[in-house]
Write a new protein. Structure first.
Length: 202
């Protein structure tokens, strides 16, 4: 089993815990309180800005074979995911520019930016976000919410293009070959941050 596949095996129970979280369950049903989603949207917008910075920090260290992929990941995050957030922000009345990081967002972005000081370890640390959201998107798309705004959010992460980026990220982890024990710890720490992120500050 490859390292990335091993990490995914470890992460599956934590994806199940995310699906049971009240915020995710509310999105799945389509009845999540708009104030909760608005706050989550603001926090995730700030998170994604730093996620782009993580990709660019890793790109600076990347072998030639990975450089274009990291540029593509940064581009997709900045132009596709953040565009979704900007679009939804107008529908939910979110204040993206005035938002400030809550504790969970600050802890997660700090963890990722610090981990990105080492190339292979940085890839393992960021993989929970890529793989976790792809896994959530696929699961939620099996019975999408009737509320169209939440359905659009689900469709973004269930998209085959997003899954393809996730698979390439997995390949890069295997090719980078970080120490498996360190990669496992960073991945599980990242999954913990993912779960904590759903505790939206209001």
């Amino acid at each position: 089993m490859s390292l990335a596949a091993h990490l995914e095996e470890l992460g599956r129970p934590l994806v199940e815990r995310q699906l049971e979280h009240p915020t995710v369950a509310g999105i799945a049903r389509g009845d999540l309180d708009e104030a909760v989603f608005r706050s989550w949207l603001e926090q995730d917008y700030l998170f994604l800005l730093d996620y782009v910075r993580v990709f660019t920090r890793l790109a600076w260290q990347a072998p030639d074979a990975h450089l274009g992929d990291l540029v593509d990941l940064a581009h997709a995050t900045f132009h596709d995911e953040l565009a979704l957030h900007r679009s939804l922000s107008s529908e939910f009345g979110a204040d993206l520019e005035g938002a400030r990081k809550g504790p969970a967002c600050a802890a997660y972005t700090g963890f990722l930016l610090e981990s990105a000081a080492n190339y292979g370890e940085g890839l393992a640390a960021l993989y929970p976000c890529m793989w976790g959201y792809s896994a959530l998107g696929v699961r939620l798309a099996g019975n999408p919410p009737s509320e169209p705004r939440y359905a659009r959010w689900v469709a973004t992460y269930a998209d085959p293009g997003f899954a393809a980026l996730t698979r390439r990220c997995a390949q890069m982890i295997d090719e980078a070959g970080p120490d498996p024990a360190v990669a496992e710890k960073l991945f599980l720490d990242g999954m913990g941050h993912e779960l904590a992120f759903w505790d939206v500050p209001l």
